[in-house]
Design a protein around this ligand. Structure first.
Ligand code: B12
Length: 443
């Protein structure tokens, strides 16, 4: 069967340099090809295509089924693409997978009947089963993980167990890297899936919880990860990697031992790579970072989130402001570039806390990082279905739900006012900046 897999553009503006391929689709492409399907991957995000260009590219191709990946960052694009493709292709099957279809299944299927089905959760077991049945003309609607509409009602089948041994999966296909609109800055790679912590704004536990089987983080063997790096280098020439693990280091000595083994493997093969990681602030360790830097670590994205203890507690970070400060010091003194993740505004934020956070940013001397942050630094907490905070907000009367959208009101009306005005003024200055650019280009 001919399958087109699409990584859509995201709904936000993003610098070309920070774009990452859709690794999930790479995994899906590989397992489907292993089963003999003819699969094409279109990475519209990495090709910097806009909505119209993406629709045109999709419609220029012949396929039996279109599979689209989507997180919350792709919501509007997903709806736009699906509706436009359906208008022209009445009989083609359209499927969606990833975080948004998984955690927002009922709302998405109800809002967008043009989607024939979704596949929930991890796709490497479910997708081959469903697409295999479709190709063999068998009943596929009762296949595991499938969600669809039947007589105006949403049907959601149970998900299969999570992949027990990630090393049994074929390496993800790297079609996306080969079609990037610019030399791709990095290849995405995953050394493990899952996280030991339970941050109240994070949706990954709800995502993994849908499947049966072991939920604890699963890690790949270091040799397999480095074999994959070698194959990416041979196939694409890209020698910079972005680890997209939910939490790259992990807690305790055992986790460090795993990372050290991975580092030893990278070192022994003399690959000459660079790489970036994301982890928690309580996991950084001076010796470990020194060792990782020697084998190519350039950037650490630290989930600092806030300099206010009440916020860290609301986020269930199980961390203190002091630990955050210490982590910043460790990363800086290791000579690795620090990328602080910050969630300045949450539903319970007060004006005094905004001041406290600004003071923290000043004290930590984050101004340089703020200037070079790939996404806005002062962010408002984004709410996702399935996260712990949703329940709390419902109980406090602050939850706002409408179709696919889920959001919240600020408890303090003064904060609401400040945020609204800041957003309006930043939108205006953004428009002015763009108009100025256009004028310069025209003249
Ligand atoms: C790379 C990445 C991005 C990339 C783009 C990803 C892409 N598609 O191109 C970019 C930079 C755009 C991005 C942006 C954001 N991201 Co992000 N991102 C990630 C990250 C680190 C890795 C994704 C990945 O490659 N995973 C590995 C693959 C193997 O897993 P996967 O993609 O989920 O795919 C599997 C399944 O979902 C399924 N599947 C997926 N698609 C499909 C399609 C079909 C047809 C099928 C059958 C199956 C299937 O099968 C795959 C294999 O098992 C994840 C964290 C993570 N570890 O997953 C966060 C994550 C996805 N991002 C998240 C968030 C919150 C964001 C932001 C909104 C954060 C923010 N507030 O700034 C922003 C967007 C806004 C902005 N201003 O930029 C959340 C998801 C929230 C949600 N419910 O959507 C995550 C889970 C991080 C987290 N723990 O909170 N992100």
């Amino acid at each position: 069967m001919k399958i087109l897999l699409l990584n859509p553009p995201i709904d936000y503006k993003m610098d070309e340099a920070y774009r990452t391929e859709g690794l999930g689709l790479g995994y899906i492409a590989s397992v489907l090809r292993r089963d003999g399907h003819e699969v094409e991957v279109l990475d519209a995000h990495l090709r910097c295509l806009n909505l119209k260009q993406t629709i045109d590219e999709v419609l220029a191709r012949q396929f039996d089924c279109l599979g689209i990946t989507a997180s919350n960052a792709h919501k509007n694009m997903l709806l736009g693409i699906v509706r436009a493709v359906r208008k022209k292709r009445k009989d083609t099957l359209i499927a969606a997978g990833g975080y948004l279809p998984t955690l927002c299944a009922e709302q998405l299927l109800a809002a967008c009947p043009q989607i024939d089905f979704i596949i929930r959760g991890e796709g490497e077991i479910a997708a081959p089963e469903v697409f295999g049945r479709i190709a063999r003309n068998e009943e596929w609607r009762d296949a595991p993980a499938v969600g669809f509409m039947k007589g105006g009602k949403v049907v959601l089948n149970d998900c299969p167990p999570l992949v027990t041994d990630l090393d049994t999966l074929p390496f993800p296909a790297r079609d996306a890297l080969k079609q990037a609109a610019f030399p791709p800055e990095s290849a995405a790679i995953m050394s493990g899936r899952g996280c030991y912590n339970r941050c109240s704004f994070c949706c990954i536990h709800a995502f993994y919880a849908l499947s049966s089987g072991k939920k604890a983080p699963r890690y790949r063997k270091p040799e397999c990860v480095v074999d994959e790096m070698e194959s990416v280098i041979a196939e694409t020439g890209v020698k910079t990697f972005r680890f997209v693990d939910d939490d790259f280091i992990g807690p305790g000595e055992k986790s460090k031992e795993r990372v050290i083994k991975l580092a030893d493997e990278i070192k022994s093969r003399k690959l000459g790579i660079n790489f970036r990681i994301e982890c928690r602030a309580d996991e950084v360790d001076a010796d470990l970072l020194k060792m990782l830097k020697e084998i190519g670590l350039t950037d650490v994205f630290l989930g600092i989130e806030s300099g206010v203890q009440r916020q860290l507690d609301t986020y269930n970070k199980r961390i203190t402001v002091e630990q955050n400060k210490k982590a910043v010091e460790i990363v800086r003194s290791s000579g690795v570039r620090l990328r602080p993740g910050f969630i300045m505004l949450d539903p319970y934020t007060t004006i005094a806390e905004i001041q406290e956070n600004l003071q923290f940013i000043k004290e930590m001397d984050f101004l340089d990082e703020v200037k070079h942050a790939p996404a806005p630094f002062v962010t408002r907490l984004e709410l996702h279905r399935g996260v712990q905070l949703v329940e709390q907000l419902k109980n406090d009367g602050l939850l706002r739900e409408k179709g696919i959208d889920v959001d919240y009101a600020f408890k303090d009306p003064l904060v609401s006012l400040v945020v609204k005005n800041t957003m309006i003024s930043s939108a205006i200055s953004d428009m002015l900046r763009r108009a100025k650019k256009l004028l310069i280009r025209k003249s």
